[in-house]
Design a protein around this ligand. Structure first.
Ligand code: NAG
Ligand code: NAG
Ligand code: NAG
Ligand code: NAG
Ligand code: NAG
Length: 338
C-alpha cells in the first residue's frame, strides 16, 4: 500500500508543474458536481490528499465491468470527445451513471481496457503529435468493433484535429480543433520567413489570410506538412546575350521564377528564396514576379513576398484580393500543431 502511494505521489509530481497545483485543487470539486461522478476515495485520507494535489479517480462501468482510472488518462488526447466529456470545466455533457455512481459506457470491457493502456502511454509522451496518434485494437479481427468505439469517443484525428489537410475558403475560426496560433500580422508588415523556424516550427502548419475585421473566418487557408511547405521554384532562366558584342558577353536572367507545384494533400506549395512564399490549389505551373499574379483559380492562391523584395512591390495576395503588400486591412496568420 505504502509503495503504491509513493508511486502515485511520484507520478503526480511528474505530471504537474508545481505552479499548477493550487488552481487544479480549487476546481476539482467544481467539475465533479457537474458530472455527478462518484468519488470512490472519500474515506481514504491518503488518497484524498493525493486527489487534492492533482487529478481525481474516475469510476467507470464498462459494459458491466468496473474500472477506475485517473481523469488525466481519459483526457490524454486534447480535444477528443472523450477528453471533453471528462474535462473539469465541462458542464454541458451529462454522462450516464449506474446505481453506484460509476460512469457507464456500453463497450466491450476488453477493448476499453486496451484503449486505457494506450491512453496511459500517450499521457506519458511529452509532445504527442495529434494527427499521428493511432490506436490499435487488441486483436486483428476486432479492428471494426474497436474503431467504432474510437469514433464514438472522438478519438480519431478527424475529430480532434480539424481541418486535417487541403485548401479552404471561408473557413470558420471556431471550427479549428487542435491548432495553435503562432503568427499574426497585417500585410503592411513585411513577412519574415524565419518565423517558420522560430515561433511556427510545428510539424504541420495552417497558413491563412483574411480582412482584419473578419475575425470569425479565414478568407483562405491551407494546411501543409513541414517538409512540403518550402517546395522550391525552378532557378532563374539565364542566357547569354548573343546580340551583344563579344567583349561584353552578359548573362541575361529573367526576373521571373517558374513555379511548378506538386499537390501535397491538395495543396501546391512554392517558395523562392528571399522572395516569395505561397500556395495554390493542386499541381500547377505559373510564374512569380515577385509574387503570383495569376487569375486562374484565383480564390485559392495565397502569396506573401519576403521583406527583401518589398521595395519592388510585393504583389502579395489573399485569394482574389491582390496587391495587398502595404495593406493594414488584411492580415496573415499561421497556426501549427506539433
Ligand atoms: C476554476 O473555476 C472558477 C469558477 O468556475 C473559474 O472562474 C476559473 O477560471 C477556474 N480556473 C481554472 C484554471 O480552470
Ligand atoms: C465484433 O462485433 C461483431 C458484431 O457486430 C461480432 O459478431 C464480432 O464477434 C465482434 N468481434 C470481436 C473480435 O469481438
Ligand atoms: C465566402 O464568403 C464571401 C463573403 O464573406 C462570399 O462572398 C463568398 O461567396 C464565399 N465563398 C464561398 C466559396 O463560400
Ligand atoms: C521547435 O523548437 C523547439 C525549441 O525551439 C524545439 O525543441 C523543437 O524540437 C522544435 N520542433 C520542431 C518540429 O522543429
Ligand atoms: C537570403 O537572405 C539571407 C539574409 O539576407 C542571405 O544570408 C542568404 O544568402 C539569401 N539567400 C539567397 C539564396 O539569396
Amino acid at each position: 500500500m505504502m509503495l503504491y502511494i509513493l508511486l502515485i505521489i511520484g507520478l503526480v509530481i511528474y505530471e504537474y508543474p508545481i505552479f499548477a497545483y493550487r488552481v487544479i485543487l480549487k476546481n476539482i470539486t467544481h467539475g465533479e458536481d457537474n458530472f455527478a461522478i462518484k468519488k470512490s476515495i472519500n474515506n481514504d485520507r491518503h488518497m484524498k490528499k493525493y486527489e487534492s494535489l492533482s487529478d481525481d479517480i474516475i469510476e467507470l462501468n464498462i459494459g458491466g465491468q468496473k474500472m477506475s482510472t485517473l481523469r488525466s488518462t481519459l483526457t490524454a488526447v486534447p480535444n477528443s470527445k472523450l477528453s471533453l466529456m471528462f474535462s473539469k470545466d465541462n458542464s454541458k455533457t451529462i454522462l450516464p451513471i449506474d446505481k453506484q455512481g460509476a460512469v457507464f459506457f456500453d463497450y466491450n470491457p476488453i477493448y476499453f481496457n486496451y484503449l486505457l493502456d494506450q491512453l496511459r502511454t500517450i499521457k506519458r509522451m511529452s509532445k504527442a503529435s495529434g494527427y499521428q496518434l493511432q490506436f490499435s485494437p487488441p486483436f486483428i479481427n476486432s479492428h471494426m468493433n474497436f474503431t467504432h468505439m474510437l469514433v464514438d469517443l472522438g478519438l480519431t484525428p478527424d475529430y480532434f484535429l480539424s481541418p486535417m489537410e487541403g485548401t479552404h475558403i471561408n473557413l470558420t475560426v471556431s471550427s479549428l480543433a487542435g491548432w495553435q496560433e503562432c503568427y499574426r500580422s497585417t500585410y503592411a508588415v513585411p513577412f519574415d520567413l524565419s518565423v517558420l523556424t522560430k515561433a511556427c516550427n510545428g510539424s504541420r502548419l495552417l497558413v491563412a489570410c483574411r480582412p482584419v475585421n473578419h475575425k470569425k473566418m479565414f478568407t483562405l487557408a491551407a494546411i501543409g506538412e513541414r517538409e512540403d511547405i518550402l517546395h522550391p521554384c525552378l532557378p532563374k532562366q539565364c542566357k547569354i546575350n548573343t546580340k551583344s558584342k563579344k567583349k561584353n558577353m552578359k548573362l541575361i536572367c529573367s526576373s521571373r521564377y517558374q513555379c511548378i507545384t506538386q499537390a501535397k494533400r491538395g495543396v501546391g506549395w512554392y517558395h523562392v528564396n528571399n522572395q516569395t512564399w505561397g500556395f495554390v490549389r493542386g499541381s500547377l505551373s505559373f510564374v512569380v514576379n515577385p509574387c503570383d499574379a495569376s487569375n486562374l483559380d484565383s480564390d485559392y492562391r495565397l502569396c506573401w513576398s519576403s521583406q527583401l523584395e518589398r521595395k519592388q512591390g510585393g504583389g502579395d495576395r489573399c485569394g482574389s484580393a491582390k496587391n495587398l503588400q502595404n495593406s493594414n486591412k488584411w492580415e496573415r496568420l499561421i497556426y501549427y500543431i506539433n
